[in-house]
Design a protein around this ligand. Structure first.
Ligand code: SF4
Length: 354
């Protein structure tokens, strides 16, 4: 199926999700491993010692039995620590025929040669859009402190350059920095951008994908943490940065701009700017096969190993419907994060431009 057809399929499904309950989810957030070499201050995943993560055969079985995905986020931990990441991408590409976009973050701590080789192998599968996000939370000293790994900043800069170089030969690759705002880097976004620009003169503010630090027990394992000290200051800092971004007209740029606008709204009001699409458009799958509504909520629906890897067998279960009712009543934890917000935004944007 050509890329434009898949893009139209994604847009049509997102639009449909605005008006009716989808029969099957089109977005998958999948933590393929919890192994991670970072020592981040804001996330406890690096402290996990995962055992019994899904094998490639199990993932292939899951992909074979669940073919409706148009958008997949492969996350971690550090996703490139899985030596079979290309096979994982291949399993979904071969089974979800409408798959348009795959996104993968990296902490830049794996061998760059290996990451670039694997990214190129994934690109060669023919997925129309691959977005790789290079985590970067500050200038050199700050990033290394937040991430707990000396030299991590320099590795992130080099990783970004390598991916940008690769994108010159692969137009379906989209490389960005992923900057997470928290109390650890308050008021340091502009300085970070300025420092990065010295190292990479071609970089613009649009090369930064911004998120605000989140907490959850079923993903980050950091629910006891308080990560944003001052919402008002975060709004001012983010507003100033966003106001200097270029206008973008591509689908990713439009969705990104809408995300930033609604993120500001969320920070100002504490209320979800749009209705949650958890367990309708999307779900979160952890590396052990547990199915959750989102990365933010530990209301487990099932485990793949108990349902023969077929999520459709529990998609309309009593428990899933009960959780949906709770979501509709606003009982889901309120957090506006890119992984979950983009489904709400895509539906809204497609309804506005149809
Ligand atoms: S934020 Fe990412 S890099 Fe840091 S510990 Fe968590 S999974 Fe690892």
């Amino acid at each position: 199926m050509p890329g434009i057809t898949k893009l139209m399929g994604l847009a049509a499904t997102a639009l449909q999700s605005n008006f009716s309950q989808l029969k099957k989810p089109y977005k998958l957030n999948f933590a393929i491993t919890y192994w991670c070499q970072s020592r981040c201050l804001s996330c406890n995943i690096w402290q996990f010692k995962p055992k019994g993560e899904l094998t490639i055969d199990e993932i292939r079985e899951f992909a074979r039995k669940n073919r409706s995905f148009r958008w997949i986020e492969l996350t971690g931990g550090e996703p490139f620590l899985r030596p079979d990441i290309v096979e994982i991408a291949r399993a979904f590409h071969e089974t979800s025929k409408g798959l348009y976009v795959m996104t993968i973050p990296t902490n830049s701590l794996c061998s760059h040669e290996m990451v670039v080789r694997r990214v190129e192998e994934i690109l060669n599968l023919g997925i129309p859009r691959l977005a790789v996000t290079v985590s970067l939370d500050g200038y050199r000293e700050l990033h290394d402190k937040i991430r707990g790994v000396p030299g991590n900043y320099d590795r992130a800069i080099e990783m970004f350059k390598r991916l940008k170089e690769l994108s010159r030969h692969h137009r379906n690759l989209y490389a960005v920095f992923g900057y997470t705002m928290s109390k650890y880097n308050q008021w340091q976004l502009e300085r970070t951008y300025t420092e990065v620009k010295k190292a990479i003169p071609s970089v613009t503010r649009n090369d930064f994908h911004i998120n605000v630090a989140q907490t959850s027990s079923n993903y980050y394992g950091n629910s006891e943490m308080s990560l944003v000290a001052d919402n008002e200051a975060t709004v001012r800092e983010l507003s100033a940065f966003v106001s200097m971004r270029r206008r973008e007209f591509g689908i990713i740029g439009i969705v990104e701009n809408a995300f930033l606008r609604t993120l500001l709204q969320y920070l100002k009001t504490g209320e979800m700017p749009l209705r949650s699409r958890s367990l309708d458009a999307s779900f979160f799958l952890d590396s052990y096969g547990s199915v959750f509504p989102s990365i933010m909520w530990d209301r487990k629906i099932a485990n793949l190993r108990e349902i023969n890897y077929d999520v459709s067998s529990v998609w309309r279960s009593e428990l899933a419907n009960e959780v949906r009712r709770d979501i509709a009543e606003g009982k889901e934890p309120k957090q506006w994060t890119a992984c979950e917000a983009f489904q709400s935004l895509t539906g809204r944007i497609t309804s506005l431009i149809r």
